[in-house]
Design a protein around this ligand. Structure first.
Ligand code: G3P
Ligand code: MG
Length: 243
């Protein structure tokens, strides 16, 4: 089974710094996190940036869809001021910048492929080669995941040696077939719908179970008690005090 820590910093440390920015990843490392999760998205001109939403509006001073905006425009935006004045000047990182910083900070990562319709394969085929190029082969291999089956399948083609996780809201009935055909390392579940029986079955079949987004230590305690391998959390430092 894939070796992952119990606590994974979700988009960095997004209560303390603007999500998916270099500042947020630095903060997660400073809080003691060993792994971070981030979202990888394609720009209009097929560059990979670290960004969660479809639209730029919530977490930057830009507006409109990421998929319709060029890399140069996106990387000139401010991605910190919306969060707090002290973060003014924080930028939306390129995938290369993010991974270079993970290496410098000694962080490992889960790259979530955030697809837009019709470009699932393109995202995997663009992001994986960059990640492989930027990540030293001597370090433990990161995890790549997606809600998109197409993206996970494309990741398997491009980077068969990189472990894969399938993200979902509710465990699909055909999870055993998916696990085998995509050669998955993990099933990454919404903690709201996950059950103890599912955790036992999926782990019993040899897969890791990871779950998002867990921000209550009591809930984390329950999930770990069921055998969950890792939680994605917005409060990595606080969770690391407990687990
Ligand atoms: O990868 C876990 C989690 O990040 C999935 O949901 O919307 O936070 O990207 P979301
Ligand atoms: Mg995510």
């Amino acid at each position: 089974m894939i070796k992952i820590p119990r606590i994974i910093a979700h988009r960095g440390s997004p209560r303390a710094a603007p999500e998916n920015t270099l500042a947020s990843f630095r903060q997660a490392a400073a809080e003691g996190a060993a792994w971070v999760e981030f979202d990888a998205s394609l720009t209009f001109d097929t560059r990979v940036i670290v960004f969660h939403d479809d639209d730029l509006d919530r977490t930057s001073d830009g507006s409109g869809p990421v998929s319709q905006t060029t890399f140069d425009v996106i990387t000139a935006l401010d991605a910190g001021r919306w969060f707090a004045p002290a973060f003014t000047g924080e930028m939306i990182p390129s995938l290369e910048e993010a991974i270079e910083q993970f290496v410098a900070l000694g962080l490992n990562f889960n790259m979530e492929l955030k697809t837009d319709p019709g470009r699932e394969v393109e995202l995997a085929e663009t992001a994986l080669p960059i990640a492989i190029e930027c990540w030293p082969a001597s370090l433990p291999v990161p995890l790549v995941s997606s809600f998109s089956l197409q993206a996970v399948a494309a990741a398997k083609e491009v980077a068969p040696q990189w472990p894969r996780g399938f993200l979902f809201d509710r465990l699909p009935e055909n999870w055993r077939e998916l696990g085998a055909s995509l050669d998955l390392a993990s099933f990454n579940a919404n903690q709201k719908h996950l059950t103890r029986e599912q955790v036992m079955e999926v782990r019993g079949a040899g897969y890791a179970v990871m779950t998002y987004t867990v921000n209550e230590p009591a809930r984390a305690e329950t999930l770990f008690g069921w055998g969950v391998d890792a939680i994605f959390t917005d409060i990595p430092g606080e969770m690391l005090k407990h687990f």
